[in-house]
Write a protein that binds this ligand. Structure first.
Ligand code: 5GP
Length: 199
């Protein structure tokens, strides 16, 4: 089982890349996080997230239900241990679409996980994308840019860096990383056990 951690500086197009990767890789499933953020139009309970209120989320923290959790833009987000156990039992690989603090915590808890940080091609392009999102005020754009710079500061702690210049190219890079991770000796225990059991 490959645990595939994806993080990025905000505005880098990580969600689009994650969706493409999931569509292209049938063995890969999204780790459905818990969040206190309200569902956006088109989001469904249990598909993008498990939507809970703050009290429910805090109760889960107290129970020790989360492998990691973090606060992002005023909302809580967390990965339940149960998500990881479910994939371990069912087989397949698991994608974590998380912010940088959660990515670091997951990597500490699961050192065999492969972690990828998605970079913008340039800071000017990132600023253009942040502005292009809609009718954001200068203040909001400046806050997002500052957050992106902070997030970029942790890039060295990731196993791989993928530049989202061309979406096809970046999605291809992610697939290459996932494929290589699946071929690591540590990911192939079952194969070795099967072969050895027959001699
Ligand atoms: P959004 O609200 O746009 O869906 O997500 C905001 C940020 O929270 C994104 O960077 C997303 O990757 C991150 N995120 C989503 N789920 C989790 C989680 O379970 N843990 C952590 N640490 N971050 C998460």
């Amino acid at each position: 089982m490959v645990l595939f951690i994806m993080a990025a500086a905000s505005g880098t197009g990580k969600s689009t890349l994650a969706r493409r990767l999931l569509a292209a890789e049938p063995r890969l499933r999204l780790s459905v996080s818990h969040t206190t953020r309200r569902p956006r139009p088109g989001e469904t309970e249990g598909v993008e997230y498990h939507f809970v209120d703050r009290a429910q989320f805090e109760a889960r923290i107290a129970e020790g239900a989360f492998a990691e959790w973090a606060e992002y833009a005023g909302n809580l987000y967390g990965t339940a241990h149960a998500e990881i156990a479910r994939t371990r039992d069912a087989g397949g690989d698991l994608l974590f679409d998380v912010e940088v603090v959660g990515a670091a915590a997951l990597k500490r808890a699961y050192p065999d996980a492969v972690s990828v940080f998605v970079l913008p091609p340039t800071m000017a392009e990132l600023e253009r994308r942040l502005r292009g999102r809609g009718t954001e005020s200068e203040e909001v754009v400046a806050r997002r840019l500052a957050a992106a710079r902070r997030e970029l500061g942790s890039a060295e702690t990731f196993d791989h860096l993928v530049v989202n210049d061309d979406v096809e190219r970046a999605a291809d890079d992610l697939r290459a990383i996932l494929r290589a991770a699946g071929l690591r000796t540590a990911s192939r225990r079952a194969l070795l056990d099967r072969l050895r059991a027959t001699v």
